[in-house]
Design a protein around this ligand. Sequence first.
Ligand code: PHB
Length: 395
Amino acid sequence: MTQLTRTQVVIVGAGPAGLFLAHLLHRQGIESVVLDTRTREEIEQTIRAGVLEDWTADLMRELGLGARMDREAHFHTGITLQHGQTRCHLDLMELTGGKRVTVYPQHEVLRDLIAGLEAAGGQMLFGVRDVDLREVTAARPRVTFRRREDGPLETLEGDFVAGCDGSQGGSRQFIEGRTEYQKVYPFGWLGILVEAPPSHHELIYARHERGFALLSTRSSTVQRLYIQCGAGEHVSAYPDERIWQELRARLAAPDWQLTEGRIFQKGIVGLRSFVTDRMQQGPLFIAGDAAHIVPPTGAKGLNLAVADAVYLFRGLEQFYRDGHRERLERYSETCLRRVWRAERFSWSMTTMLHVDPTENAFEQRIHVADLEYVTHSRAAATALAENYVGLPLDG
Ligand code: PHB
């Protein structure tokens, strides 16, 4: 006999989609249990990027989770685009009628969400094992798991299951008749954390003949920098001095100096665009990276996951309030409209700013022309800014 626990919504995955969903449901008195195979420490310590659109930052505040973000995050009213040694400042605030972005890494967001849910009495189970999702689309959807290696098998049954288990998670496999769209870019990002004060007051996205570079920030003493690297490369190919040479070359500009310091973290990620065109199957709804991936160049990943959580919450809230399923039925369609626009933007930023070794000289010149266009046309700059600060949730 396995131990059976009932809840209203079983949430598989304690990432941004799962935890925002749990908070929104909890606030409305809808019960959920969040499960994750990772430990709380792993979730809170895995270094991730994080650029929050205004509505995402506002949602943190609305949920009573904004205090640390408001103290520690960096608020940017503009970004810098660089081509060769020429820089162009894009005034996001002016171009978008008052919007800005918040640089607050995803693992910090998750720490605040977990602490907040714990304080509110929300149920989260970390480090669970032997998770079995085979019954997630059954009439009474359920997930089985063990809390510890030698613990008993437990069953968690809900009215619904939210598959928020990321790109490698298993929940997507249960969506029948789905089509998957993918583009794998032939390059990756090498990211470093550096003990050094900021070199610049805002993010710099640079296209250089040696490849892309991005200068971002974490605090007054820690900087985050990235360089384009080969898709299959390993960090061992990048001793510190090689990284600095590349950063100095790619970010060089007249009368400007990169502040350098001790590199205390290095990692490589591949770049990929991916969309699943169906995000639901019976009582199962998938959200966030489980359903779609964007390359980090557009800074959209976290916001897309939170948008899915909001749309799913609205559907569930309608169902529990008056028994109607219209919003749930339109869930995939509602999410995917926004997802495809963010995919388009992330792809266009990526192709515009990277040097793709598989493209011919004509294609590469077109990307340079794209960059020239956004840095010389107010209309093009406005379009980039509108997407960068985030399209409206109901657009
Ligand atoms: C980051 O600070 O890690 C960061 C910022 C902007 C991006 C990607 C990553 O587009």
